[in-house]
Design a protein. Structure first.
Length: 201
């Protein structure tokens, strides 16, 4: 997987650096540019062609000056808002892909961003890849997504833990997805499980 590129637009140095630090911890993700305003956003987009824009929602009204120029994109597909509790512009409040709050814990922000990356870039892992999984591997994948441990899966399927681990390695190798959150998103996108299944794990 290629590096997923983020641009961060945030006036606060501490918030900007904190979010950049979290993003850079995510596998295959990198922050290509940090800035404190939208003044040069067009040239930034032309130069870096980011996959995600992380921007303080208090700055979004300024985006209207630029979005009909080079930024002619659907915000809901790539724009992540930073809510610092100051101001929510109603014009854009429903247009964002996700909102992260400065009150969120680090791990919560990490998980939100990681899931967005997995969702965006696993959509191409369609039924073509899924057909490469055996029925047993699909069953294991469903249980992994539901949060079962190797021992719980082994007990449920009357297998040894070693066999379960082998199946999990095969799934990871076939799909190229290493994280549980990524496998969960893949399972949902390919209708192996539903979101409701996760609520009852």
């Amino acid at each position: 997987m290629e590096r997923v590129k983020f641009v961060i637009v945030e006036k606060s140095y501490l918030i900007r650096k904190g979010i950049a630090s979290i993003i850079n911890r995510i596998e295959h993700a990198t922050v290509v540019k940090e800035t404190d305003s939208l003044d040069s956003i067009n040239s930034i987009f032309q130069k870096y062609q980011p996959d995600f824009l992380v921007v303080n929602i208090s700055l979004l009204n300024e985006l209207g000056k630029y979005r009909n120029q080079e930024i002619n994109v659907n915000l809901k597909e790539f724009c992540i808002g930073i809510d610092s509790g100051i101001y929510m512009p109603t014009e854009y409040s429903g247009e964002l892909l996700e909102i992260i709050s400065t009150q969120d814990e680090r791990d919560d922000i990490f998980e939100k961003l990681n899931l967005l990356i997995q969702t965006k870039f696993n959509k191409h892992l369609s039924s073509i890849q899924q057909t490469g999984l055996s029925e047993r591997e699909k069953t294991i994948l469903k249980l992994v997504a539901k949060g079962l441990t190797n021992k719980e899966m082994a007990d449920k399927l009357f297998l040894s833990s070693h066999t379960v681990i082998t199946h999990r390695k095969n799934i990871t190798n076939k799909l190229g997805i290493k994280t549980i959150s990524g496998l969960t998103v893949y399972a949902i996108l390919n209708n192996l499980i539903s979101i409701e299944d996760l609520d009852h794990k």
